[in-house]
Unconditional design. Structure first.
Length: 336
């Protein structure tokens, strides 16, 4: 082998070794940069817009100081095959999050969600007002749902969701809960349809906030319905007076106490004046109240009144009830 050929081979060996070292060093550097802590100083929200490609995402991340090198993010995204799998949405990124963890989040679509809690016993009007106050919830024209057919619960939502989305989910959730409770109902109840069950559940929801009382209160109304007695429920009168749009000023749904003259209002919702159930629910009941209606406590109580402790005193006879009412009035007078 000539001296020239040996030198030429030696050159190629050196060049190849150098190239391997450069490539290896570059890969090592990129990998370390990819997995190490990033420059982000505090938790932040970052949005990947619909249709955004990894190059645009990388530039935005670098511009906002979330990553140190957009090129490395883009190249590693392509190398790991995650570039084509990132999902649009809003992401919560922790301080010093690595590029690898960012890509993992975006590939899995772990978008940031917010929660809204709809408490039991709100009317459709109150629910609509509550949703109007939620941050980052789009407001759109909504389908008109019948009173009482929205299930109170805590619902999560993401940026871009709307009040219409939440209401649709509430309606679907109510259908599911009501259907299941109806299938498991006690036999021979005086409520003959799912709608009647929902109406009575809404009354129970407004009558007591104690989970331990729901089945007992349900039993009282079941006994009254079986004996063709008027339900005489104050919340139904309040619904008649407010048309489902109660005051929200901390002074009760009427902004005052319910008066004796209010019980004379001529409305099908006035269960003092008209026996049986009102025509529709008076609020949106929760799962527990629906189940209480369809599996009430069996007893001989026909009356109940507040007992001053947050619960109620139950009576089997009118005389017993009048005695409980007198006790309650004495307690109420002492609190003034």
């Amino acid at each position: 082998m000539s001296s020239f050929v040996r030198k030429l081979l030696g050159f190629f060996v050196v060049a190849a070794t150098f190239t391997v070292c450069v490539v290896g060093g570059t890969a090592y550097y990129m990998h370390n940069a990819f997995i190490e802590q990033g420059p982000l100083e505090q938790k932040t929200l970052f949005t990947v817009e619909q249709g955004a490609h990894i190059g645009l995402v990388a530039k935005s991340l670098e511009k906002e100081g979330i990553i140190s090198d957009a090129i490395i993010f883009k190249l590693m995204g392509k190398f790991t095959a995650q570039a084509e799998k990132i999902k649009a949405g809003e992401y919560e990124l922790a301080h010093h999050i690595s590029m690898q963890d960012i890509l993992d989040k975006m590939e899995r679509g772990q978008i940031f969600t917010r929660n809204v809690t709809i408490r039991e016993g709100l009317t459709n009007y109150e629910i609509s007002r509550l949703l109007l106050k939620q941050d980052d919830l789009d407001i759109k024209g909504t389908q008109k749902y019948p009173e009482g057919y929205l299930l109170p619960e805590t619902y999560s939502y993401a940026r871009g969701d709307s009040n219409a989305d939440i209401l649709a989910r509430m309606s679907a959730a109510m259908d599911k809960v009501l259907n299941k409770a109806w299938e498991n109902r006690t036999e021979n109840l005086p409520v003959k349809t799912k709608e009647e069950a929902l109406i009575l559940a809404s009354i129970i929801e407004k009558e007591t906030a104690l989970s331990s009382e729901r089945k007992r209160v349900a039993g009282v109304f079941v006994n009254r319905l079986r004996n063709n007695m008027a339900l005489q429920s104050d919340p139904t009168v309040i619904y008649a007076l407010t048309n489902g749009e109660p005051e929200n000023n901390g002074k009760g749904p009427l902004g005052r106490r319910l008066l004796k003259k209010d019980l004379e209002i001529d409305s099908p919702y006035n269960t003092y004046k008209y026996p049986g159930l009102p025509p529709t629910p008076i609020a949106n009941p929760g799962k527990a109240s629906i189940e209480a209606v369809l599996n009430p406590e069996e007893h001989k109580y026909f009356y109940f009144v507040a007992d001053g402790s947050g619960g109620h005193a139950f009576g089997k006879t009118l005389a017993e009830h009048n005695s409980n009412v007198a006790k309650w009035r004495k307690i109420r007078a002492q609190k003034k």
